[in-house]
Design a protein around this ligand. Structure first.
Ligand code: RUB
Length: 267
C-alpha cells in the first residue's frame, strides 16, 4: 500500500467505526496525517468524526511539533489514568460501563492484572454494538462481564438485589467541556439513573479531550438503525449526547482524580 492508499484506508475505517473511540481515532488520525501532512488531509480527517476534539488537538499540534512527542502523550496519560483508576476500584465492585472506551478498558485491565477483584456490567450499545467489543476485551483479560441490552440499563443499574447493583459507573468521553462532557448516546440517561440510585459516575478520560469550542453532535447514517426501512418513516441516529457536570462525581485524567470544577481550574 502506498501512503495515499494507507491514508484513505484509515479515513474509511474511522468513518465506518472500525477505528472508534476518541483516543484510537486521534492516534490513528495523527499517523494518517504523518503520511500526508497537509491542510487537505487535516480537513478530511477532521470531518470524518465531527465530535472529536482530541483529534483536532493532535492534528493542530502535529503542524508544529514532532509526531513522536505527540504520540508519547497517549501512553503516558493512560499510565497515569490506570494508577488513578486502580485506587478507585475496591474488591467486589460492580462497575457499569457503556459503549467502548479505551481509556476505561485499559484502566480496568490494568486493575485486574494488579490483583483487583471486580466485575463489569455493560450495554450492547446499539446500533453498532461497540459493547460487544468491550465485553470481548474485558473477558479476554479474565474480567467477569454481564452485558445488557441498552433498554435494560435501568434494570442493570437498579440491580434486583443489593449484591447485583453496580456501585460505580465508569464512562469515557469524546469531549470535555466547561459545562459537562459529551459521550456515546445513552450516557446522559445512565448518569441520571445512577444519580437516582446514588451510584457515583466517574469520567475516565485523557485531558486532551478538553475544548472550549462548541462541539456538534454527530448524526450518523440512518441505515445503521434500520437498513432498507420503509419510506416515510423518520429515523434519528445521534451518536453522542451531553452529560451535565452536576451528574459527575469526578474526572479521572492524567491530571488526577478531580471534581469537575477542580479539573477545569487545572486544565
Ligand atoms: C465511543 C465512545 C467512547 C469515547 C471515549 O464512541 O463514546 O466512550 O470515544 O473513548 P464511538 P476512548 O464508538 O462512536 O467512537 O476512551 O477510547 O477515547
Amino acid at each position: 500500500m502506498n501512503k495515499k492508499e494507507e491514508f484513505n484506508k484509515i479515513l474509511k475505517d474511522i468513518k465506518s467505526i472500525k477505528i472508534q473511540g476518541a483516543r484510537n481515532i486521534a492516534k490513528k488520525a495523527l499517523y494518517a496525517y504523518s503520511l500526508i501532512p497537509n491542510k487537505i488531509s487535516k480537513k478530511r480527517l477532521l470531518s470524518s468524526r465531527p465530535t472529536e476534539p482530541m483529534m483536532e488537538k493532535v492534528l493542530n499540534l502535529a503542524e508544529k511539533k514532532n509526531f513522536r512527542e505527540i504520540q508519547e502523550h497517549f501512553e503516558k496519560a493512560q499510565n497515569k489514568i490506570n494508577s488513578e483508576v486502580f485506587k478507585l476500584i475496591k474488591n467486589k465492585d460492580i462497575i457499569f460501563t457503556h459503549c467502548h472506551s479505551t481509556n476505561v478498558i485499559n484502566a480496568l485491565i490494568y486493575a485486574k492484572t494488579k490483583g483487583k477483584k471486580f466485575e463489569v456490567y455493560n450495554t450492547e450499545t446499539r446500533p453498532l454494538f461497540q459493547g460487544r467489543k468491550t465485553a470481548r476485551q474485558l473477558r479476554k483479560a479474565g474480567i467477569k462481564v454481564t452485558m445488557f441490552v441498552d433498554s435494560a440499563l435501568g434494570v442493570a443499574l437498579e440491580g434486583r438485589q443489593k449484591n447485583q447493583k453496580p456501585n460505580k459507573v465508569f464512562l469515557g468521553a469524546d469531549a470535555l467541556l466547561k459545562k459537562g462532557i459529551i459521550n456515546k448516546i445513552g450516557s446522559n440517561i445512565i448518569a441520571n439513573i445512577a444519580l437516582d440510585n446514588k451510584i457515583p459516575v466517574y469520567i475516565i478520560a485523557d485531558s486532551w479531550k478538553f475544548t472550549k469550542k462548541q462541539i456538534p453532535i454527530e448524526q450518523r447514517n440512518l441505515n445503521e438503525v434500520w437498513d432498507k426501512a420503509p419510506k416515510n418513516i423518520k429515523i434519528k441516529n445521534p451518536a453522542f449526547e451531553f452529560v451535565p457536570k452536576k451528574y459527575l462525581r469526578a474526572i479521572v485524567s492524567e491530571l488526577g482524580t478531580l471534581k469537575y470544577e477542580s479539573f477545569l481550574r487545572k486544565i
